[in-house]
Ligand binder design. Structure first.
Ligand code: NAD
Ligand code: DAU
Length: 361
């Protein structure tokens, strides 16, 4: 048996592949386009692993995907491949439509061709697991109930709209063609190998470099944080036990305002790697212009996966964020290597013309 993972060189995908091969003998084929977010260095420890095969390519390349399916005959596809950064989707939505919408469609078409030719016994156990996000549900008011699996879709950014479109395609392929799909909608992840364009790694990296810590708007937007390895364990559980055609929301009941997250990162760095001048890293916090259309609050109701599949996260936020900050402190070479030319261009574009509105106290 083999599984085909797409986007396995990115943040969550590489954690998933590493955890999978640490716990299972089942081989993994990893199809990744290696965009700016895909980093083979995350998987360098697998370079001689007999159960790991890397295929460089695009999920939109039907010839390649058809060939990988025919050659490796996976019993499941786990689709992580996506453009994933909301701010990039605002400044350049095109790649999001191409990969997240057209790419998911092309992948589903290849999978449909392959699955349709399997013998009955294989068709019954075959799975396509689509990794999606809580952002498809839009924004919650402070007292609203958390997102359940039946919450209406109301995506607000080009990123979330493209993910919503991909979710609908996956659903349609199940209803129309009987394709055995599973969809997971997870909240914000954090942990090792997180690209430092996203809030938590950006704060860790900027703090140490003596740079401003840019907080959008008033910093009171709420996100629901889950340690990446808990997301990976939830995906494994859904793949093994999830009911075909079902959607599972994944989260750890851990809502926090952004400013509290930034304070926590600063406090951990104050403890683990104090500033030379003895001041707190909190002094580097800078309020900048808000993200256009910024969703105010996300929160996941995780009761379905907990009660139906018996999944629970292993990390608390306190244990997970400490591990994360320590990982970045212990891996300066990884951080230096991802901060290449294209990373510097993005930071200059996103924050270079930023307009700090008030320094932190
Ligand atoms: P990421 O941006 O770190 O990684 C995406 C990976 O996909 C990269 O390796 C990239 O090279 C690859 N890729 C992009 N376009 C491709 C294409 N056309 N063909 C093949 N590979 C391609 O993303 P991530 O944070 O690891 O997210 C992975 C998945 O999980 C995404 O679908 C995202 O929507 C979803 N998700 C992310 C979070 C989060 O907090 N990061 C939370 C919930 C869901
Ligand atoms: O909710 C799940 C989603 O979480 C995933 O689907 C996305 O792929 C992932 O990128 C993430 O989206 P967010 O927009 O929530 O994550 P990001 O780290 O970009 O931002 C988290 C919050 O922090 C958000 O409210 C915006 C804010 N922020 C972000 C950056 C990069 C800042 O205040 N300053 C910043 O510099």
């Amino acid at each position: 048996m083999t599984i085909l993972v797409t986007g396995g060189a990115g943040f969550i995908g590489s954690n998933f592949v590493l955890d999978w091969l640490a716990q299972s003998d089942e081989p993994v084929v990893n199809l990744d386009k290696l965009t700016y977010a895909g980093n083979p260095e995350n998987l360098v420890s697998l370079s001689k692993h007999p159960g790991y095969l890397f295929a460089h390519g695009d999920i939109q390349d039907a010839t390649l995907v058809d060939r990988l399916l025919a050659e490796h005959r996976p019993r499941a596809v786990v689709n992580f491949a996506a453009e994933s950064h909301v701010d990039r989707s605002i400044s350049g939505p095109s790649a999001f439509i191409q990969t997240n919408v057209v790419g998911t469609f092309q992948l589903l078409e290849s999978v449909r061709r392959y699955w349709g030719k399997l013998v009955d016994a294989e068709r019954t156990t075959w799975r396509f697991l689509h990794v999606s996000t809580d952002e498809v549900y839009g924004s919650l008011a402070p007292t609203d109930d958390a997102f359940s699996e039946t919450h209406r879709y109301a995506p607000n950014s080009p990123y979330s709209a493209s993910k919503a479109a991909s979710d609908h395609l996956v659903r349609a392929y199940h209803h129309t063609y009987g394709l055995p799909v599973l969809t997971t909608n997870c909240s914000n992840n954090y942990g090792p190998y997180h690209f430092p364009e996203k809030l938590i790694p950006l704060m860790i990296v900027n703090a140490q470099a003596g740079k401003p810590l840019p907080v959008y708007g008033d910093g009171q937007q709420v996100r629901d944080w889950l340690y990446v390895k808990d997301h990976c364990s939830a995906i494994r559980r859904v793949l093994y036990k999830g009911r075909m055609g079902e959607v599972y929301n994944i989260g750890g009941w851990n809502e926090k305002p952004n400013l509290e997250i930034v304070h926590t990162v600063c406090d951990l760095l104050d403890e683990l790697k104090p500033r030379a001048d003895g001041k707190s890293y909190r002094a580097q916090i800078t309020y900048v212009a808000d993200r256009p259309g910024h969703d105010r609050r996300y929160a996941i109701d995780a009761r379905k996966i907990e009660q139906e599949l018996g999944w629970k996260p292993s990390e608390t936020f306190e244990s997970g964020i400490r591990k994360t900050v320590q990982w970045y402190l212990e891996n300066p070479a990884w951080v230096a290597n991802v901060q290449n030319g294209s990373y510097r261009e993005w930071v200059a574009q996103q924050y270079g013309h930023g307009n700090p509105v008030a320094p932190a106290a």
